[in-house]
Unconditional design. Sequence first.
Length: 341
Amino acid sequence: MENSTIVQGFLSYLNFEKRFSVHTAKCYGADLTQFGRFLLSSNDESQSKNTAYSVGGDSDAAVTAALATQTESATDVDQLLLIVDVNTVRSYLAYLNDKQYSKTTMARKLATLRSFYKFLVKRNQINTNPVLSIRTPKQEKKLPRFLEYEEIKRLLDTPPMDNWLGARDRAIMETLYSTGIRVSELVALNMDDVDFLGEVVHIRGKGKKERIAPIGTSALQVIQHYMEFRGKRIQSNSNFDAKVLFVNKHGRRLSTRSVRRKMDKYLKIAGLDPSISPHTLRHSFATHMLNNGADLRSVQELLGHQSLSTTQVYTHLTTKKIKEVYQSAHPREAPQDESQW
């Protein structure tokens, strides 16, 4: 919201103090812009009603003139943001619901407001956070999609290893699955982030937080194979970015969208569900780790989750798998009602 001083101050706080990514700060800004427009619209409607009462039986021209005058002197967005109360927030949620926003989107927009008003309280611009007493809309529980071991193998074996682009794509998918890193973290990797001797990868995660993740021998071998091709490409391309690990055909850093396009191609070749995304490899990594005995805290550290509750969703996946195995082996004994588990 370009005309709002306090929103710009909040976004600067996210960027420079909280060290949020540009993309995340942009999403917060978009949410606050929408909320600001809602406040302006509600304010205009309120003024319209008041004007209609005040002009009584005057002509339409008089009403229009009165409205124009009030619009010019209307309270600006900053002032409206500072006088928001609980009822205003509830009206906004009702508005979003009428517009048929999903519960997930509504929860995110509410989280934005909660953070924004928490910031204003800390800056002593308001006394209380009007969002504190608002409950987040109950979310539908959706388990993350993951691939079985044989599906992972089929996908990883798809890229050709006899050319540099195929070797790169195989290395990308091997790295995603072996480390469980996000696609945004993968494309941010530089050459010196891979420690072949220590068999770890240095990752710059959300909020500029850094962590170290182990990486498997198989993935390291594939990365090494790709780097041999990559070294030859550098010699014939003066514009090649020598510090970046995964580059496009022009030698520049890959985008997350490019990684998605590459994976779409190999999913089709492998005959797998085209709705699978690169993030599915992260889900698969976490699920397979837990299936093989890893403890939840360790998986939380590997994934870079700030809260353990975020990681706990994968325990539901492993429980579901146990149920399926039990029911296939003991179809008569397994309870049909999941509440009995």
